[in-house]
Design a protein around this ligand. Structure first.
Ligand SMILES: C[S@@+](CC[C@H](N)C(=O)[O-])C[C@H]1O[C@@H](n2cnc3c(N)ncnc32)[C@H](O)[C@@H]1O
Length: 266
């Protein structure tokens, strides 16, 4: 465990994903501000169609509230679909969203409880940065793939949302925020190929520029209050007041690169 990075600390990850409502607010606050960037589901469907067999046996790890699984299940008509996640609350939300045909498994992606070679397509979107050793998870994913099987991995760039760190620091809400390490430190756009390569053979890497525009201090505070690395910033109303004093005249734009790697079983 990397000391100090809440995205890699099991206790803080458990707290972050304790409730589906909390995760919905966090994602919703960011997605409402999105002004640039491909739809993640669109890209995953495209990559799956290009690299995986039709009607794959599908496994998604770290599936969260199930948006990706619902989309992949609808578009790829998998003969079997399994979602594994470490959060009971998010698994329940996934079941409700993706439908009863999707099997849900509570577990840890470092030790996948599946026999070798049982899946044609495995997906890990926006979750391997919660591992201090994502190469171990890649090895687990590779083990679960049948010959010809494909993994789709999605993550973000190290510099994601850096302008928010600067705003939080300038507002005085958390003066140390601009020096804080990226939440994506263990698995990001810059190391995704290196991390995957031990267990998987890269097929296609795609980087997609995303931008998020916040028109008001209150909107930015709703998202910032859910970022676990900021200290004493959990109350969105107090945070919005702090932001008001330093709010940029033409609003705040945050940037992030979303990176997709399609990789084959070796
Ligand atoms: C940011 S959410 C991503 C959700 C979804 N994949 C998406 O694209 O929106 C990260 C997910 O990874 C899960 N997770 C984190 N660490 C995990 C672990 N060690 N094993 C299994 N799931 C884990 C969390 O419970 C959460 O649902």
């Amino acid at each position: 465990v990397s000391a100090g990075n809440p995205f890699q600390d099991p206790g803080s990850v458990r707290e972050l994903y304790r409730s589906a409502r909390r995760q919905q607010l966090r994602t919703g606050a960011l997605m409402a501000a999105k002004v640039r960037g491909a739809d993640v589901g669109d890209v995953l469907v495209q990559l799956a169609r290009r690299h995986a067999v039709p009607r794959p046996r599908l496994l998604e790890v770290g599936g969260g509230r199930g948006g990706t699984m619902a989309r992949l299940a609808a578009e790829l008509s998998p003969v079997r679909a399994v979602a594994l996640d470490g959060s009971p609350a998010l698994l329940a939300a996934l079941r409700a969203r993706a439908g009863a045909a999707v099997e849900t498994v509570l577990g840890d992606f470092h030790a996948l409880p599946f026999p070798a070679g049982g899946f044609d397509l495995v997906v890990a979107a926006f979750c391997l940065y919660h591992s201090p050793a994502p190469e171990r998870v890649c090895a687990q994913l590779a083990r679960c793939l049948a010959p010809g099987g494909v993994a789709l991995l999605v993550t973000k760039s190290l510099d994601s949302y850096a302008a928010l760190d600067r705003l939080v620091a300038a507002s005085g809400a958390d003066p140390g925020a601009s020096g804080s390490a990226s939440l994506y430190a263990s698995f990001h756009s810059g190391n995704v190929v290196d991390v995957a390569t031990g267990a998987l053979a890269p097929l296609e890497l795609r980087h997609d520029a995303n931008a998020f525009r916040f028109g008001s201090a209150a909107d930015a505070a709703d998202y910032a209050a859910t970022v676990p690395k900021y200290r004493n910033c959990g109350d969105p109303r107090r945070l919005a007041q702090a932001f008001e004093a330093v709010w940029p005249q033409d609003g705040l734009t945050l940037r992030s690169t979303v990176s997709y790697l399609a990789a084959a079983r070796r």
